[in-house]
Design a protein around this ligand. Structure first.
Ligand code: NAP
Length: 238
């Protein structure tokens, strides 16, 4: 029987690649988006066999509506990918309360809300797999991205502690910590910035979204891995 997977922020970048990769396998894919409705509709038109649903997962209400939609249609949720996220570059001293709260709500609280909303079903089934898309910056910390780094480190903390709590119920939870990946999130980088970053990466290139999607597929299929933060960064941080 096909497994049901929810991908938050599936309308572009890494989330879109995850949706496209999993739609080729035996999965019912529920693509969540917030602002990029046209993109979401285009992906659905391309793939045909996926659902799309608008929901702001930075709020409890949005997370609840998304999970209710998936449960109503498929009865079960087997896999949750917490991918939705934003980034912002600012000096720590310039970060406003609004910037901070927006970052934490979108990149960390969304995972808290989504996990709480899917868990009653997963606990009932004694089966589930959750993957949090965190970041290299959650591990190393990033200058001028303190709020982003804090949110991603928090996500990895959620992964490790929930893995201990949920392991006995056969629910696995892991993080994937990408390095730099070719998406809109990095479109503000100048050619010079890109060149400098690439020089620091042993594999000598910026990653592609599909390389994260392939790791997601591997983690879903790998039944003995839980509580881990898997770095996919071309060796940028070893
Ligand atoms: P992206 O191309 O900017 O895509 C971000 C996605 O998140 C979009 O689909 C967006 O949906 C969604 N999103 C944002 N706020 C949302 C909300 N409140 N509710 C629902 N969806 C929301 O960025 P990306 O590079 O693919 O990033 C995906 C994830 O990977 C993020 O968590 C990011 O932090 C992480 N990451 C990225 C990199 C990188 O180098 N690109 C590195 C490390 C980690 P809408 O446009 O529809 O609002």
């Amino acid at each position: 029987m096909a497994k049901t997977v929810i991908v938050t922020g599936g309308s572009k970048g890494i989330g879109e690649a995850i949706v496209r990769t999993l739609s080729k396998e035996q999965y019912n894919v529920v693509l969540n988006y917030n602002k990029s409705e046209e993109n979401a509709k285009k992906i659905q038109k391309d793939l045909k066999n996926i659902d799309i649903i608008k929901a702001d997962v930075s709020t409890r209400k949005g997370a609840k509506e998304l999970v209710e939609f998936a449960l109503h249609k498929y009865n079960n949720i087997d896999v949750l990918i917490n991918n939705a996220g934003i980034s912002q570059t600012k000096l720590f001293t310039d970060i406003t309360d609004e910037d901070w709260n927006n970052m934490i709500n979108t990149n960390l609280n969304s995972a808290f809300y989504m996990c709480q909303e899917v868990l009653p079903n997963m606990l009932h089934n004694k089966n589930g797999c959750i993957i949090n898309i965190s970041s290299i910056w959650g591990i190393t910390g990033a200058s001028c991205e303190v709020h982003y780094s804090v949110a991603k480190a928090g996500m990895d903390g959620l992964t490790k502690s929930l893995a201990k709590e949920l392991g006995p119920s056969n629910i696995r939870i892991n993080s994937i910590a990408p390095g730099i990946i070719n998406t809109d999130m990095n479109k503000m980088l100048s050619t010079e910035d890109r060149k400098n970053i690439i020089e620091e990466i042993p594999l000598g290139k910026i990653g592609e979204p599909v390389e994260i999607a392939n790791t997601v597929k591997w983690l879903i299929e790998n039944s003995y891995t839980t509580g881990q933060v898997i770095s996919v960064n071309g060796g940028w941080n070893i």
